[in-house]
Design a protein around this ligand. Structure first.
Ligand code: SF4
Length: 172
């Protein structure tokens, strides 16, 4: 089992987060946008044209967002480095893949933190079991991540996290 990269590398992504999600009125975005629609601030080079002033321009949601490495994985591993600009037909497939992989990567980050806690054996074993289930072998398409055992592990995570409370060190 090999853990994927769990921090974002936008230089190897096709700006999927700037396309995949909707911006709703109640959220921290200055404009409304539908899912699967490129943000108007996104440049042709996949860079944000207002990156240096996201917060003052009302895009705090972009500052707070992290794909936990799912974006570059989708772009490079599942789509071989192709982009939705090279082939617009790829857009809904790439964005769906991001929406599937991001929660998995976020779950792996939580499990990584859990693994560093002084857990009793049964919880350490559960932590390793969930991590393993979320890292399907030789995954090459989004379908590998929608398999029942992967999604089942994701559903089990909140219950597992509740069991960690007695072992978590309070932060200062
Ligand atoms: S404002 Fe910039 S970072 Fe936010 S979605 Fe648009 S292009 Fe992406």
């Amino acid at each position: 089992m090999k853990l994927p990269e769990l921090s974002e590398d936008c230089s190897r992504c096709a700006a999927l987060c700037c396309v995949a999600y909707s911006f709703a009125e109640h959220e921290d975005f200055a404009i409304l946008k539908s899912a699967d629609t490129p943000c108007p601030n996104l440049g042709e080079d996949f860079r944000c044209s207002i990156h240096a002033e996201l917060k003052p321009q009302g895009f705090g949601g972009c500052v707070a967002y992290s794909c936990a490495g799912a974006g570059q994985r989708v772009t490079q591993e599942l789509f071989g480095g192709e982009t939705w600009r090279d082939d617009p037909d790829l857009l809904p497939h790439m964005t769906r893949a991001l929406r599937v992989l991001r929660p998995i990567h976020e779950a792996l980050l939580i499990l990584q933190e859990a693994a560093a806690l002084p857990l009793p054996n049964y919880l350490s074993r559960k932590c390793a079991e969930l991590t393993d289930a979320l890292c399907p072998e030789a995954a090459s398409s989004v379908w590998d991540f929608t398999e029942e055992h992967v999604q089942g592990a994701l559903e089990e995570l909140p219950g597992f996290v509740e069991l960690l409370a007695p072992f978590a060190t309070p932060r200062d």
